[in-house]
Design a protein around this ligand. Structure first.
Ligand code: NAP
Length: 295
């Protein structure tokens, strides 16, 4: 159990992993081995860590995974050719091209090239459209889906709630808005999506029942932005200098945790909040892709 008002993302992710591992076992009993291929272009250090963590979790849950590492100089055509090969490979149920891709490659083209049925990242326009329409047959992007799951499993009701999301990025803010505003169970929220052009952002934040920070601005959310008792979800991952650390830096979120925790009703730690859920939802999406492909 999480102490006090903490939403323990690690523990909730473990619950999901247990459920996913059972589905993997059921698939294997039918002779289906769920397979996930990671494609990483270049040597971005954060991408190496993320792909490594995802591959390790795949192995722990009994999935087959493979990591294709391409050099930074890979052309768009070469990357698209690899994706096409993976689209045709029946052993591969999920394809994840780790962001960011180098600047000479158009990310939107890459996401559109992955077959929607194998798009376990939920970035293909077909899946984005389905999300917007509330069509549950698509794949939902892992981080926003993970945030919704955190709210569900920690008993935070969204029905009629004022949700304020900080950041309109394509990976978190925009899809999370779509998820939480749906006319559906565990949604039905009144969602306000704020960004750098929002007028009086503080006033929006202070009326939020659920405040979700996904900006990439270190410790932006201070106590003065939070209504006492509100649920605070910190999606941000920011590397900042830390002379005391071995490598001279540390990771912090978008929320000034030490000052916000005492007034929040519930709050995610960071790390240990949203991050583990992103991986858990990826595993769930991949197993679902394998179930659908083998029906
Ligand atoms: P993004 O696409 O760069 O979007 C950032 C958003 O924040 C933009 O909409 C930007 O506004 C807004 N913003 C930036 N500074 C602001 C300010 N001072 N006031 C108001 N709005 C501001 O980022 P993203 O990909 O959505 O990621 C957001 C954060 O989540 C990053 O820290 C990222 O590392 C993290 N993340 C974590 C996970 C995880 O698994 N934990 C997964 C994905 C992302 P404009 O649009 O007006 O520029």
């Amino acid at each position: 159990m999480a102490p006090g008002n903490l939403i323990d993302g690690r523990a909730i992710a473990e619950q999901l992993h247990t459920e996913t591992a059972q589905r993997v076992a059921a698939l294997k009993a039918r002779g289906v081995l769920p397979g996930l291929v990671f494609v990483r272009v270049g040597e971005d250090p954060a991408s190496r860590v993320y792909v490594g963590m995802k591959a390790k979790t795949s192995a722990r849950l009994g999935l087959w995974s493979d990591t294709q590492v391409l050099p930074e100089t890979t052309s768009e055509a070469e990357l698209l050719a690899l994706i096409e090969k993976l689209n045709r490979d029946p052993r591969v149920h999920g394809i994840l091209v780790q962001a960011p891709v180098p600047s000479h490659i158009r990310a939107s083209l890459v996401y559109s090239a992955v077959k929607p049925e194998k798009d376990v990242d939920g970035f293909h326009p077909v899946n984005v459209g389905k999300l917007m329409l509330g069509d549950a047959s698509g794949f939902r992007p892992c981080t926003p889906a993970g945030v919704q799951e955190l709210l569900i499993r920690s008993g935070v009701p969204t029905d009629g709630a004022e949700v304020v999301i900080l950041g309109r990025g394509d990976i978190v803010g925009k899809p999370l808005t779509s998820i939480l505003c749906q006319k559906a169970k565990h949604a039905n929220a009144t969602v306000t999506l704020c960004h750098s052009r929002t007028r009086d952002l503080a006033a929006h934040c202070r009326r939020a029942d659920i405040l979700i920070a996904a900006m990439g601005v270190p410790e932006f959310v201070k106590a003065g932005l939070v209504k006492p008792g509100a649920t605070v979800i910190d999606v941000g991952v920011n590397r900042v200098p830390d002379p005391a650390a071995k490598d001279g830096s540390k990771l912090v979120g978008d929320v000034a945790f030490a000052e916000v925790q005492p007034i929040a009703g519930k709050i995610t730690p960071n790390p240990g909040g949203v991050g583990p859920m992103t991986i858990a939802m990826l595993m769930q999406n991949t197993v679902r892709a394998a179930e659908l492909a083998s029906r």
